[in-house]
Design a protein around this ligand. Structure first.
Ligand code: UDP
Length: 356
């Protein structure tokens, strides 16, 4: 059996690490890298340190508008799928790469398997929400990380081919925990464990207008304790274009850094007092590590982390951030929302069974 897996972004490399290993026990996997993320610190580094197999096909799509990228990926995928003729195409998450993989496969008559299906923010203007909804409706196998995701699909009439398997990011966090613990600690930034915040920001809602960027700089400038901010290239470029980069970089509490690798990030997260983020994956990783999370948005797909008291929605609002920082804690009891660490094996087994 042959599966073509399509990846192209940092969070997809993380998800592919455990799943590619599990898949290759059962099937002939061919990996396509669309090139949506191409900066070495967002791409090559991840293949190396997470031992992800080298891509069989690199589409090299690179920078561009969402539609430019989508069009280039569809063209590239049409020729790859024509050569590989897989039994199914596997896509991850909610990016342009995800939608391109699903759409190309479906148009060419190949079944689509979606890993991290059923997530919803119910914010229709969000590019990721559009990608998720469309991809789920193009998929015949839908691998959900949580019961909330299963219920979201049911509410849209999708009940066939839905499997709750757990979260492959949880698998990854367990798989690489030991390697992460050997990475340099926060002393590299002159900080001590438990005495700093870790920040990530990359979403369009936070970076696409000068108003949003100003709000971001104000929130980060208002922090009352040191904060390490490995800056996503897209966020840095937007801040520079808006003339706000120097103001951010000179804020007394902020330590800006280039994006760091997965293992360094996991180590930095483990030792942080709290995380401030608009990332989906990082909200979950904070939960796994029992580190309080402040989500710099008004909504989240990972609602169970909020309901269980591990995550707070604070928007881009200095007052709500300050209030949350004044009372940081996580509950003692940690529910197992995200499975048992074997989501990848389960996904691979179901794929083989359902397609075989
Ligand atoms: N991450 C990383 N280095 C960083 C920031 C994040 O390795 O400097 C990892 C993080 O641990 C998580 C993934 O990137 O596994 C999340 O990706 P991102 O926030 O880009 O996407 P999202 O999860 O929001 O789709």
């Amino acid at each position: 059996m042959r599966i073509v897996s399509v990846v192209g972004n940092r969070p997809q490399f993380v998800k592919a690490a455990p799943l590619s290993r599990a898949l290759r026990e059962h099937v002939d996997e061919r990996l396509v890298h669309t090139g949506q993320h191409y900066d070495p610190e967002l791409a090559d580094l991840f293949f190396d340190e997470l031992s992800i197999p080298r891509p069989d096909h690199a589409l090299g799509v690179g920078a561009g508008s969402q539609l430019d990228q989508l069009a280039a990926m569809l063209r590239g995928l049409e020729s790859v799928l024509g050569v590989e003729r897989p039994d199914a195409v596997l896509v991850y998450g909610d990016t342009t790469t995800t939608l391109a993989g699903a759409l190309a496969a479906r148009k060419l008559g190949y079944p689509v398997a979606h890993v991290e299906a059923g997530l919803r923010s119910f914010e229709p203007s969000m590019p990721e929400e559009q990608n998720r909804v469309l991809t789920d409706h193009l998929s015949s196998l839908l691998f959900c990380p949580t019961q909330v995701a299963v219920d979201n699909l049911a509410a849209e009439g999708i009940r066939e081919g839905v499997h709750r398997v757990g979260d492959v990011m949880f698998d990854a966090s367990l798989l690489f925990a030991d390697a992460a613990s050997h990475r340099p600690g926060p002393e590299r930034w002159g900080l001590r464990p438990g005495e700093y915040l870790l920040v990530t920001v990359h979403r369009a809602a936070a970076t696409d207008t000068d108003e949003a960027l100003t709000a971001l700089v104000e929130v980060l400038g208002s922090l009352d304790r040191p904060a390490v901010f490995p800056v996503h290239p897209r966020t840095r470029a937007a801040l520079e274009a808006a003339g706000l980069w120097d103001r951010l970089a000179s804020a007394s509490s902020i330590i800006v850094a280039p994006p760091i690798g997965y293992l360094d990030f996991a180590r930095a997260l483990r030792d942080a007092q709290a995380v401030l983020t608009d990332s989906g994956g990082v909200q979950k990783e904070a939960f796994f590590a029992r580190v309080p999370c402040l989500t710099l948005r008004e909504e989240t797909e990972w609602v169970e982390t909020v309901e269980a008291g591990f995550n707070r929605l604070v928007g881009m609002d200095p007052e709500r951030v300050a209030a949350a920082l004044a009372s940081l804690s996580v509950p003692e009891e940690q529910p197992s929302f995200y499975g048992d660490g074997h989501a990848a094996e389960l996904t691979a087994e179901i794929l083989v069974r359902e397609l075989g």
